[in-house]
Design a binder for this molecule. Structure first.
Ligand code: NAP
Length: 338
C-alpha cells in the first residue's frame, strides 16, 4: 500500500482527490492537512466520507512526511511554491495542482502570476502532467505539475494538429464555458449565487492566466507558433467545461482531419471521440476523468471546429492527478478512475 497525504484537503480539488483515492485498491490516505478545522474528522465536515474516511484534519508538519509515499498539493498558486521545496525529494512523488510549476520559463509565470519564482531547481525537474501527451516523461517522475482545467480541455483538443505541424500560423479562438467550482471554495464577490444563477458571464477575455499555459506548452513541445484568443465564460453550473475551439487555418489542409484524431486518441481510454452527427455534452463527462472531443470537422472553407468537454474538478484537476500518480508509479493507469 502507498501512503498518501493531501495538503489543502478541505478545498474542492482536495475533496475530489479523497473521493477517488478512497476507491483506489493500492493506496491508503494517512494524512489530511489544511489551515482550518484542525482536529475535526473529515467525515464530520463532509458527510459523504462517513464510515469511509474518518481521519482528522491536521496542520502540516514536515515530520509527517516520514511514512508518506505520495503528497498531493491541492493548494492555491503561490502557496505551493512556498511548500513544495520542503516536500519534493522527501517522498516518492509530489503532484502539485496549482500553476506554480507548470511553466518551464519562470518569466512567463512571474508575468502572469505576479510573483517571483524562487524555486528554479524544482521547476526544472517538474513534468507537465498531461498523460496522453507526456506519458513517457511522467513514468518514474518524482514531481508533477498537474495542468490547469481550461488548458487540459484546449491542449487535448489542439494536440493532434500541433503534433502534425498543422497549427503553424493558425488563428485559434476558444469560446469556453465553465461552472463556479473552477475558482475554488473561497468566498468571492464575483461568485455570489445571485450573480451566477440564470446567467452567463464573460470574464478575463484575452487576459486569462490559462492562455499562456496553452501557448507555452504547445510551443515548447511541438515548436509551433499560433495565435490564441480566449473567451472564458462563467455559467450557472457547479462543475464542467465546454470549450468550442475554432481553428482558422491560413490554408486549408488538404486532408480530412478526423483520422488524425483517431491516430492519436484511438487507443486512449480517457479521450473519447464523437463521430459525425453526435456532439459531446457535459452530462457525458461530469464526475469523470474523460475528455470528450467532437465535431472535428470544417464549418467553412478554413475554419475547423473542435468541441472539448471535461469536468474541471475531474480530468481538469483531481482525477487527472490520480491518473498521473498511477502512471508515475507504474500502477494500472485507470485504477480508481473507471
Ligand atoms: N477548482 C478547479 O476546478 C481547479 C482545477 C484545476 C486546478 N486547480 C488548482 O488547484 C489548486 C486547488 O484548487 P481548489 O479549487 O481546490 O482550491 P480551494 O477550494 O480554494 O482549496 C484550497 C485549500 O487549500 C487550503 N490552504 C491554503 N493555504 C494553505 C496552507 N498554507 N496550508 C494548508 N492548507 C492551505 C485552503 O484553505 P483556506 O480556504 O482556509 O485558505 C483550501 O482549503 C489551485 O491552485 C487551483 O488553481 C483548481
Amino acid at each position: 500500500m502507498l501512503n498518501i497525504g493531501i495538503l489543502g484537503a478541505l478545498g474542492y480539488t482536495g475533496c475530489e482527490i479523497i473521493s477517488y483515492l478512497t476507491k483506489h485498491p493500492k493506496v491508503k490516505i494517512v494524512k489530511l492537512w489544511d489551515k482550518e478545522m484542525i482536529n475535526k474528522k473529515i467525515s464530520s465536515i463532509f458527510p459523504e466520507f462517513k464510515n469511509i474516511l474518518d481521519i482528522k484534519i491536521q496542520e502540516f508538519n514536515i515530520k509527517d512526511l516520514k511514512n508518506i509515499d505520495v503528497v498531493f498539493l491541492s493548494l492555491p498558486h503561490t502557496v505551493s511554491l512556498k511548500l513544495a521545496p520542503e516536500i519534493v525529494g522527501k517522498v516518492k512523488l509530489v503532484i502539485d495542482l496549482s500553476a506554480d510549476y507548470r511553466f518551464q520559463d519562470a518569466g512567463i509565470y512571474e508575468k502572469w502570476y505576479g510573483i517571483k519564482h524562487e524555486d528554479k531547481k524544482n521547476l526544472k525537474g517538474a513534468v507537465y502532467g498531461l498523460p496522453e501527451i507526456m506519458r513517457d516523461k511522467i513514468k518514474g517522475a518524482q514531481f508533477i505539475a498537474n495542468p490547469g482545467c481550461y488548458p487540459t480541455s484546449m491542449i487535448l483538443g489542439l494536440y493532434p494538429l500541433a503534433k502534425e505541424g498543422l497549427l503553424k500560423n493558425a488563428n485559434v479562438i476558444v469560446d469556453a464555458k465553465t461552472g463556479a467550482s473552477g475558482a475554488g471554495r473561497k468566498k468571492s464577490n464575483d461568485l455570489l449565487a445571485k450573480d451566477i444563477n440564470e446567467n452567463i458571464k464573460p470574464y478575463k477575455v484575452n487576459k486569462h492566466q490559462h492562455m499562456p499555459e496553452v501557448v507555452h506548452f504547445l510551443q515548447n513541445e511541438f515548436n509551433v507558433k499560433f495565435n490564441l484568443n480566449f473567451i472564458p465564460q462563467l455559467i450557472s453550473l457547479k462543475r464542467g467545461i465546454m470549450s468550442m475551439i475554432y481553428v482558422i487555418f491560413k490554408n486549408k489542409p488538404a486532408k480530412n482531419l478526423y483520422p488524425i484524431y483517431k491516430k492519436y486518441y484511438g487507443k486512449e481510454q480517457f479521450v473519447r471521440l464523437y463521430n459525425k452527427g453526435f456532439y459531446p455534452e457535459l452530462k457525458g463527462i461530469l464526475n469523470s476523468n474523460f475528455c470528450d472531443l467532437g465535431y472535428l470537422d470544417f464549418l467553412d472553407t478554413n475554419t475547423f471546429l473542435i468541441i472539448s468537454c471535461i469536468d474541471n474538478l475531474g480530468k481538469g484537476a483531481a482525477s487527472q492527478a490520480v491518473q498521473n500518480m498511477n502512471v508515475a508509479l507504474g500502477l494500472k493507469e485507470s485504477m480508481s478512475l473507471l
